[in-house]
Design a protein around this ligand. Sequence first.
Ligand code: XMP
Length: 192
Amino acid sequence: MRSEHSTQKMDDRPARILLKRAEIQERIRSLGEQITLEMQGLTPCIMPILDGGMIFTSDLIRQISLPITLLPIKASSYGQERVSSGRLELPLGVSPLARDQDVLLVDDILDTGLTLTTLYSSLLAAGARSVRTCVLLRKQHAVHLHADYIGFDIPNEFVVGYGLDHAGHHRNLPDIRCLETRKNPKSLNQSS
Ligand code: XMP
């Protein structure tokens, strides 16, 4: 039988599992509890940063026991590459609906900080009442960067799965895996 992704023509393949689906879900459960406690009395406007933050957000909001609204925002700085272009593109801009909201920005990963820093100030400039930030992952070289809620600190590796992609692929993998080059590929059917 062909492996799950054997039809994808990629130079690199996701291999070693960094975070298993069960530990991701467990951490999201406690992040949801913490957000519920700390945003008590508010109606958070949850803002997933698309595309990467979409899957994390959909699990996170189901662990938040508060009335919420959902206002996705589209942002991109990576294109097809593994390194940030250093420029954040906001093809649809920042919604005027963010005005007077207590926004919780939700992204998959904190790397250079460009995405969160840019959106944080753009939202305040657009009239948001408050802006908090939540990321599932923070790379080691970003440990000096602040986010209000952080799922896991991880090594400086390029990771895919659970919403994270490489050139548009692998977002649907349930675990988070490191992307490795083809010279030592491992089958996705191997568990680690
Ligand atoms: P910045 O540099 O703005 O990065 O903090 C946030 C965005 O960069 C992308 N990114 C990655 N995507 N695997 C990915 O699939 C990675 O290891 C990775 N590192 C950064 C991601 O789109 C995130 O929203």
